[in-house]
Design a protein. Structure first.
Lengths: 203, 536
């Protein structure tokens, strides 16, 4: 009988690390699933949406308005989708052994991610409602806030990839962390598209 | 017999304490898990005794209302989040890689992280006592109460989130380990039952725990940033919390019990000297429980009037089916076996009988009209403890007695074990059987005291005596463990004539677990070797 190692890392298909990472992403999906569920339950409970009827006279007097701006987040969405493309181009580069391509595309993706975050913060500062202003404000800031934190996490992840590739790491055969990072970034992107659709488009 | 040679990795010598603090060895982490969780079992137990002391007689003033609320909240929280859920991760850590013939878990460093999140989270949860009171809203933390309770609840929320992270990443680790690191020849359907139950538990944890985390985040936002998730005045909904909470907690009931069922299913065949009856049926029943576990969450909220009652009532009965299948597996295994009654077997049989009672009265309370009558009474408390103590805790002890020789290289004394078992079994039934009657008589749960005129005093006193008897039962156990540690390690590889791979290697195993592996042709490779079924 042939000799076997005990703790084998199966070579075909997904590596153990990638499988673990995908399972981790599944748990992230469930986390956002909980937040989305809260949002939709709140919406179905409300008589109208945005639930302006819930505003107290004091809130109205203080100038609270339950409205969001469309175009700025729309542009941010385009940028984030673009960054998903650029990080994937980085993955394609390193798959062909082109490290400088990886560096370039990762850098561009980081910049796009940072611009997205700046736009989000700016957007927050322009809104006329806070997290305490009815379930509308609470769900809006919670969902976009948790997403923003994930964008930040993704930017940091990409920063690590950038630093490691600048240090000469990753080859065509060995670039698992890059793949994991791109998976994560696509996940963040998909969550945002779902968020943008629910918060800004569904009437 | 063929053996497979394995390269032996080199390990540097490190100081003892540093070694334990920085270890990534699944066996050491497993031991750390077991020590930590047994510590919190003791803490939770002491809180339970304080609760029982307060309830021993009518109109008692041993602790006041505030203190009582903290006591029972922290009792339940410690027992669930710091003891029973992580104790399975402890057993799983030590045993799963051995049972599948692996050298370690798939991600040893993540494994260490999963463990090291637990002690700080435990301290955080209990630190509430120093800051004006621990959480006092029950482990279910329902709003509106939970919106206004003190800072102890914030600490509790953060602690439970950290524990959730620990078990989520731990779950992913277990899954990859079992999917990818099995010994040559061990297909999924040759994996030992304990591994299967850990696998299904891991799936439940991976998918359910993050949902609880999202709910906890919402609660934190409501409490600290003026959010309105659970506040009807702001358009929120208190029922939302209950939906999220039970979406987690119903699967969590299985998270708390499935690995215990797995342990029992390892022990019964060994001490009945028969293979497990219906291995595949057991595996499918475990998967069935996992799947159904997600669809019955709302049965806990029958009385809120917000759920589709017939559907969830039906599904709750349905979940009785796979549980029943398991009962048949176990009884079929015992049937005509040549049974001996060593300590692991005693506790396993204790599990069977208590779990049967817990299962029956659980199905009973799934009937919607019945649920209205006993909802929020001591009947529920009795049911919880028949499942979690009579079931899970008996399985913990069964597992400890069973794997003690493997983990620590010594055997526990049988006479002391029998005393332990007898005291615990009697104490347990004295403590919790009367609670059924109290519940049927209408005694509400979560009350700090009751008036003499209610006529509940005798049963409560019996219950308290039983609880303290459980406490006494721990004395022979502790003596037994301490005395074992004073003896030299003398256990052979396979003191019980076990069936699974952990019994193939030395007791305790070397750092790299196996010097060789036998061929695996079934879920019980060692049995095959003994009975000459190892031929191709
Ligand atoms: C010495 C053993 C134990 C005793 C005497 C005991 C006693 C009690 C009592 C009297 C209550 C009800 C408090 C009340 O409603 O006012 C309670 C609640 C609870 N116990 Fe235990 N317990 C013990 C062990 C355990 C164990 C091992 C677990 C879990 C693994 C557990 C889990 C719970 C839970 C979850 C609750 C909360 C029920 C609720 O939500 O109201 N207990 N316990
Ligand atoms: Cu349930």
């Amino acid at each position: 009988m042939a000799a076997h190692a005990v703790a084998t890392q199966e070579k075909q298909g997904l590596s153990n690390g990638m499988l673990g990472f995908i399972l981790f992403l599944a748990s992230e999906v469930m986390f956002f699933g909980g937040l989305f569920a809260a949002y939709f339950i709140a919406r179905s409970d409300a008589r109208e949406w945005p639930p302006v009827y819930l505003l107290t006279p004091e809130q109205v007097a203080a100038g609270v308005k339950l409205e969001v701006e469309f175009w700025l987040p729309f542009i941010a969405t385009i940028l984030l989708i673009t960054s998903s493309v650029t990080i994937q181009l980085g993955v394609f580069s390193i798959q062909r052994g082109n490290r400088s391509g990886l560096i370039r595309w990762t850098f561009i993706s980081i910049v796009l991610g940072l611009v997205f975050l700046v736009m989000q913060v700016y957007d927050y500062s322009q809104l006329h409602f806070g997290i305490g202003d009815t379930i509308y404000g609470t769900t809006f800031y919670t969902l976009t806030g948790f997403h923003g934190l994930h964008v930040l996490g993704g930017v940091i992840f990409m920063g690590i990839i950038l630093a490691r590739s600048l240090a000469g790491q990753f080859t065509a055969a060995n670039h698992e962390a890059v793949e994991a990072c791109s998976f994560y970034w696509h996940f963040v992107d998909v969550v945002w598209i779902a968020l943008f659709t629910t918060l800004y488009i569904i009437p | 017999m063929t053996s497979i040679a394995i390269p032996r990795p080199a390990y540097a010598e490190r100081p003892w304490i540093l070694d334990w603090l920085t270890t990534v060895d699944h066996k050491k982490l497993g031991i750390l898990y077991l020590y930590t969780t047994m510590f919190f079992f003791a803490v939770g137990g002491i809180l339970a005794l304080l609760v029982r002391a307060q309830l021993a007689v009518a109109d008692n003033t041993f602790v006041n209302n505030d203190a009582y609320n903290q006591l029972f909240t922290m009792h339940a929280s410690a027992m669930l989040f710091l003891f029973i859920i992580p104790v399975w991760a402890g057993f799983g850590n030590y045993i799963v890689p051995l049972q599948i013939g692996a050298a370690d878990m798939a991600f040893p460093r993540i494994n260490a992280l999963s463990f090291w999140l637990i002690p700080p989270a435990g301290l955080l949860m209990f630190s509430g006592f120093l800051f004006g009171g621990a959480s006092d809203v029950g482990w279910t933390a329902y709003s509106p109460l939970a919106r206004s309770s003190g800072v102890g609840l914030d600490l509790w929320i953060i602690a439970v989130i950290i524990l959730g992270v620990s078990s989520t990443i731990g779950a992913a680790n277990f899954m990859v380990t079992m999917f990818r690191m099995r010994a040559p020849g061990m297909t999924m359907f040759r994996m030992p039952i304990f591994c299967w139950t850990m696998l299904v538990t891991a799936v439940l944890q991976l998918l359910a725990t993050p949902v609880l985390a999202s709910g906890l985040a919402m609660l934190y936002i409501d409490r600290n940033f003026g959010g309105s998730f659970f506040d009807p005045n702001g358009g929120g909904n208190a029922i939302l919390w209950q939906n999220i909470f039970w979406f987690y907690s119903h699967p969590a009931v299985y998270i708390m019990i499935l690995p215990g069922m797995g342990i029992i299913s390892e022990i019964l065949p060994v001490f009945a000297r028969k293979p497990l009856f219906g291995y595949k049926a057991f595996v499918f029943a475990t998967m069935g429980i996992g799947g159904l576990g997600f669809s019955v969450w709302a049965h806990h909220m029958f009385t809120t009037g917000a759920v589709l009652k017939p559907w969830f009532g039906f599904m709750t009965f349905m979940i009785g089916v796979p549980t029943g299948v398991k009962m048949f597996n176990w009884l079929g295994t015992l049937w005509r076996g040549s049974i001996t009654f060593e300590a692991p077997m005693l506790f396993a049989l204790g599990f069977l009988s208590m779990f049967l009672i817990g299962g029956i009265n659980g199905t009973f309370s799934a009937a919607v009209p019945v649920d209205f009558a006993i909802h929020d009474t001591y009947f529920v408390v009795a049911h919880i403890h028949y499942v979690l103590f009579g079931g899970a805790v008996f399985a913990v002890f069964a597992g400890l007695y069973y794997w003690f020789p493997k983990i620590w290289g010594r055997r526990l004394d049988e006479r002391l074990a029998r005393i332990h078992f007898a005291l615990q079994f009697i104490g347990f039934n004295l403590a919790f059987f009367p609670m059924h009657l109290l519940g049927l008589d209408g005694m509400p749960r979560r009350i700090a005291t009751y008036s003499e005129s209610a006529g509940w005093e005798t049963l409560n006193l019996i219950s308290t005596i039983g609880a303290f008897l459980i406490g006494v039962a721990m004395i022979p156990f502790i003596i037994n463990v301490v005395m074992a540690f004073l003896r030299p390690k003398d256990q052979p590889n396979d003191p019980w004539e076990g069936n699974t791979l952990e019994w193939w290697t030395t007791s305790p195993p070397p750092v790299h677990n196996f010097d060789s592996l036998p061929e695996v042709h079934s879920e019980r490779p060692l049995w095959d070797l003994r009975h000459g079924n190892a031929a191709h």
